[in-house]
Write a protein that binds this ligand. Structure first.
Ligand code: ADP
Ligand code: MG
Ligand code: MG
Length: 882
């Protein structure tokens, strides 16, 4: 050998620690071998050898071939057989195995070492001629496909036509003579297609097979797979060379795959299937239908016992659910592979909780085993995986879960039909705040326009309703009351099902499985609560959301927006009168009308939260959002002018003048938030009165003292905050004195402008709390308007890796996060009692939650359906940090 470096490891030398060298399959074969489990002996050629293969011009250098040969000699001794022997041949499997498993990248070659001579030896040695020739024809087929690049169908077509010709139903029905004939035909195919004779030299077979596996690392589908899964192209694959065991030696032989627990339900019971008298690939290829592993007990009871025992050993050793491949040769069990089993969300949660209860892992490990997405998935109703579905269109998966109902095309219609107890799916171009009642009434929403952050998507996610967006294949004909897609027409009143997790639109009503928090899920969330530092609050604007969030474990409301309270159909006219008022009296009248309605809203929410903290944000959006849309109004006025309806025209012209007056070129940075509060104080005063009246009512009548936190939006200057705080305190003093009640309350601000972050030390002197409005803070820090960015260039920015993540989904640690951290630190320095949290979509996103943990915030606040996700993510952030 001319190299000191080692490129081959026997399974005895291998272990899990060497995974990066041996690949997943090889490392686990080594690990199982050292556990004393029955693994057919073999060796692993390392991932470094793969790189060597590429460096040497796509071939293995002589010294590594030599290394393989020397390990092979060892293997021959161990097996008491010799490779290429005419009488007692050692046969091998050659299997790929990368560090990160890449299923389907490359096929396995079985029965390597057979040739025209040794096949006779195998027949004599086993006394089973049919078996030997069956092995040989399989080998030629696999080697031909994998190493010699012959297309698979060339072989399978030949096999099929022979079966037909001789009247054989399955492969097993072929006789020895048929198999011999097939072998000759296969060799001819190789000769024609690959222009070589089928190689008879076993060593040549072996080396070219190993090289072919290394070569497959860079085949097109492997490269595409790695790109899609972010796997490093430099890693290389390992190759396992293993002595064969045979599951196709009669009814006391077989092969199978088992999971130590049920991968779809998590039930702690051996799960899987097997085939008697078969080689491994028969199960996958579906040539015969495998049997349920539970019946294995009856066919081979002793082997079954042993299988149960080794699977238990493996699970205890790996401390996780294992996916195991095994083969039985003449009553003797062999293990061919083990790996951590893939599982559904439901199963992941159950297995983690069960294993912690069993003492196999501790609670922290259990918490880390469950992915936050798993929690999200089990919270939503799903389409029964067994159900047959007719998918008619596909849009964006905007809000997970499945919904079925009759098609309706307007929010009003949705509300009307739903009132009669019928389930509806609202189908529309897009939705606006005025459609809220329809969204509320519907089971789910399907829009033909708009993206993942469109109004429909955001609102649906907030409500935990399934939503498919931007499904532009669907053409709606509102007049005819139908939509068409791909030649199909669906009429109003017909049923559809949408899958908000995949974006699929399905014809008819499909069977579903209900979402219910299992006991295991509750346990996991309870452990998460015990472990986390961050408080989890919710964003809720009404009693329904508040009660849902409370049920999901929210510890308070971190953001109650008040604009939706202005938006409801019965209130818009009052709000419009307020905005358009021409005298103080008119204004006061409108406010007097609004106040009790607001008060009622707050009472409802406070009652749901049973005394927990509720942060209410005073009115934030610019006022013209409550007025008719300008272009539409212009159109209306033009029409009236043409028609000459004088009376109505005058009224509308007046309205138009006012709307024009309020129009802004950049409303996001315009007359809104605390700026409104400073210039038109009456609105905030009305809100403050409503808040305190509601809190007082609850305290006196129900003996429930709400922890009221009043939040002033969009502050960038201490003076803004001071002016408004003073007004609120005056109102509070007056009302509380009148009621003769003491009530602690806080006044704080939403930090959503860079200047507020920079002046946080000043603002904190007067503020009781900060709540980071990271959506606006991201917009103002990047200088992106979210809708414009996501609609126009952000997508391409992400694709071209100008930026790594969408900052509206994951908090931007390098910029926005830095500001948050700075403001939190300097704010607390100025005011040690300052409470600091974040609200907005980031508050329910695991990576952003981890940042909040790092910055030492007090709480995160997110939509009700994200609350359980946030509880887990907060615990995980804490565990990972310590
Ligand atoms: P994959 O990664 O696609 O699962 P494997 O390398 O595990 O490929 O091989 C596929 C099948 O080939 C295995 O399930 C097993 O049944 C069979 N096999 C592999 N090696 C051997 C062997 N040494 N003896 C018998 N069968 C084998
Ligand atoms: Mg396998
Ligand atoms: Mg804001």
């Amino acid at each position: 050998m001319c190299s000191e470096k080692k490129y081959v490891y026997s399974f005895e030398e291998g272990s899990l620690e060497l995974k990066s060298l041996l690949g997943g399959k090889g490392a686990n074969l080594g690990e199982m071998t050292s556990l004393g489990l029955p693994v057919p002996p073999g060796m692993t050629v390392t991932t470094e050898a793969c790189n060597l293969y590429y460096e040497s011009g796509e071939q293995l250098p002589e010294f590594s071939r030599e290394e393989i040969r020397s390990y092979l000699t060892e293997l021959e001794e161990k097996m008491d057989k010799s490779f290429g022997d005419d009488n007692n041949p050692l046969l091998l499997s050659v299997r790929s195995g990368a560090v990160i498993s890449m299923p389907g990248m490359m096929d396995t070659i079985l029965n390597l070492g057979l040739n025209d001579q040794s096949v006779k030896g195998l027949a004599k040695e086993t006394g089973d001629e049919k078996f030997a020739y069956d092995c040989y024809r399989r080998f030629i087929q696999m080697f031909g496909e994998v190493v010699l690049d012959v297309e698979a169908y060339k072989f399978s077509r030949k096999l099929d036509s022979l079966k037909e010709e001789v009247g054989a139903e399955t492969d097993i029905d072929l006789t020895v003579d048929h198999l011999k004939e097939l072998i000759d035909k296969f060799k001819l195919i190789v000769k024609e297609e690959a222009e070589v004779d089928f190689p008879q030299d076993p060593m040549e077979q072996l080396i070219t097979a190993v090289e072919a596996v290394f070569g497959s690392w860079n085949n097109k589908r492997a490269i595409v797979y790695r790109d899609a899964h972010d796997i490093d192209h430099e890693l290389g694959t390992a190759v396992n060379i293993q002595s064969m065991v045979f599951g196709n030696m009669g009814q006391d032989s077989g092969t199978g795959v088992v999971f130590t627990r049920n991968p779809s339900t998590g039930e702690n019971k051996l799960y899987g299937e097997y085939l008697l008298n078969a080689q491994g690939e028969d199960i996958v290829a579906g040539i015969r239908t495998p049997e349920d592993i539970q019946t294995f007990k009856d066919s081979l009871p002793e082997v079954y016992e042993q299988l149960v025992e080794v699977t238990e050993t493996l699970e205890k050793h790996y401390k996780d659910m294992q996916d195991i491949e095994f083969t039985v040769e003449k009553g003797k069990l062999y293990l061919l592979q083990t790996r951590t089993g893939k599982r559904t969300a439901k199963s992941a949660i159950k297995i983690a909780a069960d294993m912690a209860e069993e003492g196999l892992i501790d609670q922290d490990q259990a918490l880390l085993r469950v992915e936050p997405e798993h929690i999200e998935k089990v919270l939503h109703r799903q389409i029964d995986p067994e159900a047959e579905t007719e998918v008619i269109a596909k849009g964006l998966p905007a809000s997970p879960g499945a919904a079925a109902g009759t098609v309706v095309f307007s929010a009003d219609e949705a509300e009307k039909i739903a009132e009669n107890g019928e389930k509806v799916v609202l189908v529309s171009l897009e939705t606006t705040p005025e459609d809220i009642h329809g969204v509320l009434a519907a089971e789910g929403v399907l829009t033909t326009r708009g993206g993942m952050t469109s109004h429909a998507a955001v609102v649906a996610r907030g409500m935990g309703k399934p939503c498919v967006c931007g499904c532009d294949e669907i053409k709606i004909d509102f007049e005819a009351g139908e939509f068409t897609v791909g030649g199909q027409t669906v009429k109003e009143g017909e049923r559809i099902t949408i899958n908000g997790g995949t974006g699929e639109v399905i014809l008819g009503k499909v069977k579903m499985t209900e979402a219910k928090l299992s006991q295991e899920c509750k346990d996991i969330l309870q452990w998460a609560d015990d472990r986390r530092d961050l408080q989890v609050r919710t964003n809720a604007d009404n009693g329904t959301d508040a009660s849902k969030a409370f049920e999901f474990g929210a510890e308070g409301i971190g953001l109650c927006r008040t604009e939706h309270m202005f938006m409801a159909a019965d209130r818009v006219p009052i709000v419009q009168r307020l905005i358009l008022s021409e005298s103080d009296q008119e204004k006061r009248d409108a406010l007097t009308e609004l106040e009790p309605i607001q008060c009622q809203d707050f009472e409802e929410i406070f009652a749901e939260m049973e005394g927990r903290a509720v942060t209410v944000r005073l009115l934030d959006p610019p006022l013209h959002e409550f007025l008719p849309n300008l272009p539409e109004l212009i159109e209306e006025v033009t029409e009236l002018r043409v028609k000459g309806e004088k009376e109505k025209l005058k009224e509308k012209e007046n309205l138009l003048r006012k709307v024009k007056n309020m129009d802004e070129s950049n409303p996001m940075l315009g007359f809104r938030g605390c700026r409104l509060g400073v210039i038109i104080p009456e609105i905030y005063e009305m809100q403050a009165r409503a808040l305190f009246k509601a809190a007082i009512k609850l305290a006196t009548e129900e003996d429930t003292k709400t922890e009221l936190e009043i939040m002033i939006p969009l502050v960038s200057e201490l003076a803004e905050f001071e002016i408004l705080r003073e007004r609120i305190e005056e109102i509070a003093d007056q009302l509380l004195t009148e009621a003769n009640l003491e009530l602690d309350y806080k006044v704080g601000t939403m930090i959503e402008l860079p200047r507020a972050c920079m002046t946080a030390d000043q603002i904190a002197q007067k503020a009781d709390f900060f709540s980071f409005g990271t959506n606006d803070l991201t917009q103002t820090t990047f200088g992106f308007s979210r809708d414009d960015a996501e609609g126009k260039f952000l997508h391409e920015y992400l694709e071209r890796e100008v930026i790594e993540d969408n900052p509206f989904i994951t908090l931007d640690a390098a910029g926005v996060g830095k500001l948050v951290n700075l403001a939190a630190k300097s704010g607390r320095q100025a005011n040690p009692d300052l409470k600091v949290g974040i609200c907005g979509e980031h508050g329910g996103e695991p990576r952003s939650i981890a940042l909040c943990q790092e910055y030492g915030l007090d709480y995160v606040s997110c939509s009700p359906y994200r609350v359980p996700v946030a509880r887990l993510a907060a615990a995980q952030a804490k565990i990972k940090k310590s």
